[in-house]
Design a protein. Structure first.
Length: 242
């Protein structure tokens, strides 16, 4: 009889397990990252561009009117110069004011029809309209505000409204004029402003400066109406002699 000698058991080998897929790994994440510029709305409501008379179609104003929007046309800038003093080509500055945002591509389709340079975004519609007459650039040729043309019902008066500091300066100019010309009737000042200073004095007088100017003129007239009092003084004593 033979005895089976039990064989020595080996230690159980570890059962291999699957490594879970790391979904956060850059090697397996195929989702493209968005650049900082993606998702940013590059559209805006107000756009500007320059039109040159030599290249624009004759009906360029009709083309813009057909957009049925508010837009502003500058005076013809034919007195502008470069830094070296050479004259710039005559041109108009145009401001387009949409009720909703428009993309660069949408505006470029329009400027291409007018053979204009590429359009630019406008940060401040009021600032651009003031630039059309170089109102804030005294070193440049001063174009008339009256030659700025609004289309589509745009309120030019609101866009050209002076700042507080400018308004005070204009009031001082009117006061100097009243004194120098011995103005004693408000009508005279209004008529002069409507003819000679329609762009700046006249709007102020119509809006909010007529009260102070009227008060000044009335005061001057009242002073002129006062009887002249003759005072006699004793030369020895300095006393007033009745």
């Amino acid at each position: 009889m033979t005895n089976d000698i039990p064989s020595k058991r080996k230690k159980d080998a570890p059962i291999p397990t699957e490594t879970p897929l790391n979904t956060n790994s850059s090697a397996t994440n195929n989702t493209p990252k968005k650049s900082k510029s993606q998702g940013k709305d590059e559209r805006t409501r107000n756009w500007t561009f320059v039109i040159y008379p030599e290249s624009a179609p004759k009906n360029w104003r009709d083309v813009l009117d057909e957009q049925h929007i508010q837009w502003v046309e500058s005076p013809l800038h034919d007195k502008d110069t470069n830094e070296d003093g050479t004259p710039k080509k005559p041109h108009w500055h145009i401001l387009l004011m949409y009720e909703g945002n428009k993309s660069f591509e949408q505006i470029k389709e329009l400027t291409d029809r007018l053979t204009c340079p590429i359009p630019q975004k406008v940060a401040s519609a009021k600032g651009l309209v003031r630039y059309m007459a170089h109102m804030d650039n005294p070193d440049k040729f001063q174009y008339s505000q009256g030659d700025i043309v609004g289309h589509g019902g745009v309120d030019l008066a609101e866009l050209l409204k002076p700042t507080s500091s400018t308004r005070y300066q204009l009031i001082r100019e009117m006061m100097d004029y009243v004194r120098e010309q011995n103005v004693t009737e408000m009508e005279d000042l209004l008529v002069y402003a409507s003819i000679e200073r329609f762009d700046d004095w006249f709007p102020l007088l119509c809006d909010n400066s007529s009260y102070i100017m009227g008060a000044m003129i009335k005061s001057r007239r009242h002073r002129a109406e006062q009887p002249v009092r003759i005072v006699k003084v004793d030369c020895e004593t300095g006393e007033v002699v009745e």
